[in-house]
Design a protein around this ligand. Structure first.
Ligand SMILES: Nc1nc2c(ncn2[C@@H]2O[C@H](COP(=O)(O)OP(=O)(O)OP(=O)(O)O)[C@@H](O)[C@H]2O)c(=O)[nH]1
Ligand SMILES: [Mg+2]
Length: 253
């Protein structure tokens, strides 16, 4: 069994990618299960095999503890951690080869609270990977791109789990723009040139030093462009995951 967490900022396309990639895997005759770990979600573009909403309910948490929606989401993250043994058993009983986990809309609830790394560690003692989404439209500007680079480095620093980086919603940008962002990720020099050209003052200084710091540590964030609407990039995404999780073998035989 392989466990794959889909992480990204709010609205970056986590849930739809979970839906599309699971369908793609099913078409390639892979045995896949989907877990929804977002307690605040109202509708999902897939039917989860395990749903955290069966364990915690945001509305009743708001009523019971007299909290607003954000306070309730924070408390829900801790309540989910408390239920991890049951959730983990449910996942194990599915006996699937691949488990895709859609994480909460607000990334910080999962990535930057104590419960997140605890959930990742306890959910299953199986090989894991994290998929971090760079929203293509947001990342088209070097300032936003560097902010996202920093967030993905922060996520890596929290989980120390192998990470795959995707440029999501790439159907929303012209091909040249997509190639430009992918080039920034493959070749930091081109990113530096874009920063020099398009930014000035403190924004330029900060972006340049932030990206240099990340590259000096040796962290790599090569982006694979994907679209959950057109299925573009699913093969490359799958190959990157296979490489990380199995050293190049198929998930199942
Ligand atoms: N064009 C296009 N739109 C997309 C793509 N992926 C997601 N979207 C749209 O972007 C919006 C957000 O997508 P979601 O999949 O809900 O993103 P999310 O990260 O799960 O969002 P939250 O969980 O609410 O933070 C929806 O309106 C999707 O239809 C894509 O590949 N292409
Ligand atoms: Mg979602």
């Amino acid at each position: 069994m392989f466990i794959i967490f889909i992480i990204g900022t709010a609205g970056s396309g986590k849930s739809l990618l979970t839906a599309t990639f699971s369908e793609w895997l099913k078409m390639s005759k892979q045995d896949v299960a989907i877990i929804n770990l977002d307690p605040g979600v109202l509708t999902l573009p897939y039917s989860p095999d395990v749903d955290v909403c069966d364990y915690v309910n945001i509305e009743s948490i708001m009523k019971e503890y007299g909290l607003g929606p954000n306070g309730a989401l924070i408390l829900a993250a801790d309540l989910i951690a408390d239920k991890i043994e049951e959730i983990s058993r449910e996942i194990k009983d599915l006996k699937s080869d691949i488990v895709l986990i859609d994480t909460p809309g607000q990334m910080e609830l999962f990535a930057f609270r104590a419960s997140g790394p605890y959930i990742v560690a306890e959910i299953a003692k199986e090989p894991k990977a994290i998929v971090y989404l760079f929203d293509a439209v947001f990342s088209a500007n070097p300032l936003n791109y560097v902010s996202n680079l920093f967030l993905s480095a922060a996520v890596y620093n929290r989980f120390f789990t192998p990470q795959v980086h995707l440029l999501s919603k790439c159907d929303l940008l012209p091909r040249e723009e997509v190639n430009k962002i992918v080039d920034w990720s493959a070749n930091p020099k081109t990113l530096e040139i874009a920063i020099e050209k398009q930014l000035e003052g403190t924004k330029r200084l900060l972006s340049r030093n932030m990206m240099r710091a990340i590259h000096q540590i040796g962290l790599k964030f090569l982006l694979i462009p994907v679209s959950a609407k057109t299925n573009e990039g699913m093969i490359n995404f799958n190959t990157a995951l296979e490489r990380i999780l199995t050293g190049g073998n198929k998930y199942t035989y």
